[in-house]
Unconditional design. Structure first.
Lengths: 214, 224, 214, 224
């Protein structure tokens, strides 16, 4: 098995394979954000920021920050040529209305039915759902990108989520540092393994029963 | 009719116990000087409707820190730890709402709609206590309109008829909140004469605006 | 009694007394449109056109017509300084949301409960309601401005409308070439008579029982 | 991805039996050359969703005159007598909808809402067959989303990324319809390079647009 860093790099690169040029994509904060820098040669996405614009560009050079141009994480950003700004009603009309081709989000838990929990841990963290519930319901494809297990070793790919859900049965694909799992009506099909990882190793870190790719 | 007023005069419209809406997204597009004035004046028992409560230290966050707010309706509070603390301690009532739902609820109030049906929140705790509908095999929640007494907004430019223009991502909730309240106060960077903004450039029609407040240059002491 | 033309002029001028400067007003096609030219000295309204702008100005000079600037009747118009344009969703958010202070419309029938019929005569004229139903429901004050009786002498101010309604119980004031009637919970109060017209003359042309102003 | 195409190529996307939306308000903001092409090609059995059917003689009216339309959803047909005649004769099915309801139904389809509650139409024949709700003492009708296969729109300016800018009252239904259909064809007066329209100036994001058609200068024979 690769070391942790290499596996995370594999994860980010693997997510970046999921798009075609022109796709409208919303990337969550954290691991998903890194996908923008890992796109294959020639693939250009139109990134959406739920606070109100399309055409999210790279972070600005020092000294060129515009306080009115921040991403959904509140960090300075830029808008690429061809981008456009709008209000929150339009932003979520785009999201809820199915005009976002894919969203990539992290998860606290995800399960074999495609349920997702990523917005609160009762009694511990209650940051709020922000735009996540709309994104997960509205985006045409929902891709979860995360470390396969929690820092304390706890399982995250479950038979049934135990934390409060972000949305019910909306996840299409789970990409972790161990492999790629597709949510199907039969359950989770393991489509791909990270380099040097075996089916049995992934299954050992997964509560849900994985189905072997045929 | 729109009036250009001082910060003090503007803030006299915000009183203890009111429900207020504040534009902005993690500080971007939030009317910092209006917010400073509200928190410095020590207004209390506000119900605050906003996307978030800012980043601890900024003008928005001070509404919470200075305990101006007794009830909060927001989508995200993770960038202001004090909000979470007050919530956990039972000092602040917090209702968390999905962002796309919050903006449609505000829009519904402004547009005279009795509510909207959204698929967001189905199968989650957001659906608790709400009416559900099924149409074409999809389940929806009925979400009701959400208005307020006063809105505190920020714009980049205004003419003296109150027409507003926003800049980049600072637009966010501002134009929607402008429609949904009894009284609108907008902090603007620049106030120009009537006729200097092209009709096609206007993002919020002046008829929604009551008070315009010219943003003041920062005092030298702030810079040093 | 004044002659017809003078009575119609009185009507238009009388409607024009109903506003204060800065009021947002939507004027229907026909008699209501004339109100814009009859406003008292110093009174400036903000006229709304439901196809999508505020600040309706006078008709353009010949040769200066802009095909993109027409009023809700499809005629060339102008936009005054301070006016602004928007889409139909915003236009009707303004109308339905109570942001229009008053609308002035014509009527086929109006009754003592404030019901209004002005959009169709079954089997004869079915032009459609356009924006009228939203205007009558959404405007803060609904003023009907019309000739008191139909061209064939038929009554128009009724106990109960017989034509399909535009809206139920929304009319506040009826101004005709014979007088001014306010819709109240007690019925129609005749607030004012056109010059030279008697209460009895108005009542004779009105199916609803008029209440004398106290 | 947006493509700049010929009129012929654009119109190949409009087929017999489709539901189409057309922007404009009594001709203002209607895509005249796209409409001419549809009616000249003799496309049939369309369901047309539009504010009105134009003024007898204009491009919009020809969809009705040339019998391209078998069902119409509109707010007003008084400016095209042929529409009324076909309706009265039972040749054309017509559904009349209040304008504010029509635009919210289209917006709901584009915004992923399951419907909206409106007070408009209560107590009139518009309420027939619809579900009613009472909230805070006011009655509302539930109005359902309204989408279509194709939208034919008009804009003043576009960049090659499809971002659209409208001019004056020609905006009307165009931006709302852009969101509510499977395929959007926009006739534009002017096509500029990507980056030539400021992000704050854009009225319809380019992601909604599929085909751009450059408006052609009128032929000399038209002028004479």
């Amino acid at each position: 098995m690769l070391d942790k860093e290499a596996r995370m790099e594999w994860l980010v690169n693997r997510v970046a394979q999921e798009f075609k040029s022109g796709d409208v994509v919303n990337l969550g904060i954290g691991i998903p954000t890194k996908v923008a820098n890992a796109l294959p040669e020639g693939i250009k996405l139109i990134l959406q920021s739920e606070n109100g614009y399309l055409g999210v560009g790279p972070a600005p050079e020092t000294g060129k920050e515009d306080p009115d141009t921040v991403n959904a994480g509140g960090q300075y950003a830029t808008i690429l040529p061809g981008g456009c700004c709008f209000d929150s009603a339009m932003s979520f009309a785009i999201i809820r209305g199915g005009h976002v081709d894919a969203t990539v989000l992290g998860a606290l838990q995800v399960d074999e039915e495609g349920n997702l929990a990523n917005w609160m841990i009762p009694g511990k963290i209650v940051p709020g759902m922000g735009g996540a519930m709309d994104l997960v319901v509205g985006a045409r494809r929902v891709i979860v990108a995360m470390e396969h297990t929690a820092k304390n070793g706890g399982l995250k790919v479950l038979k049934k989520c135990t934390l409060p859900l972000t949305a019910s049965k909306q996840v299409n694909l789970i990409i972790t540092d161990m492999g790629v799992m597709e949510v199907t009506s039969k359950g989770l099909i393991l489509r791909e393994l990270a380099p040097g990882v075996s089916f049995e190793e992934v299954q050992a870190c997964t509560e849900a029963s994985l189905i072997r790719q045929e | 009719m729109v009036q250009v007023v001082s910060l003090e005069e503007a803030i006299s419209k915000v009183q203890n116990g009111m429900t207020i809406m504040v534009g902005g997204f993690i500080g971007c597009g939030a009317p910092d000087q209006l917010l400073d004035a509200v928190s410095q004046k020590g207004i209390k028992e506000l119900t605050l409707i906003a996307n978030d409560t800012g980043i601890l230290g900024d003008a928005m966050s001070q509404l919470i820190v200075k305990r101006c707010v007794s009830k909060l309706i927001a989508t995200h509070i993770g960038t202001n730890k004090e909000t979470g603390r007050q919530m956990t301690e039972g000092e602040l009532e917090v209702k968390l709402v999905p962002q796309g739902t919050l903006v449609e609820q505000i829009r519904a109030a402004g547009a005279g709609l009795g509510g909207i049906l959204t698929p967001t929140g189905i199968g989650t705790i957001v659906e608790e206590g709400k009416q559900k509908f099924v149409a074409n095999g999809t389940e929806y929640l009925l979400e009701l309109p959400l208005g307020a007494n006063v809105a505190l907004l920020k714009a980049y430019k205004a003419d003296k008829a109150g027409n507003l223009v926003y800049h980049r991502a600072a637009r966010n909730f501002n134009p929607i909140m402008a429609m949904a309240v009894d009284f609108v106060i907008a902090q603007v960077d620049q106030i120009v004469e009537v006729g200097e903004i092209d009709p096609d450039e206007v993002m919020t029609p002046g008829i929604f605006i009551d008070y315009l407040v010219q943003k003041q240059p920062r005092e030298v002491s702030d810079v040093g």
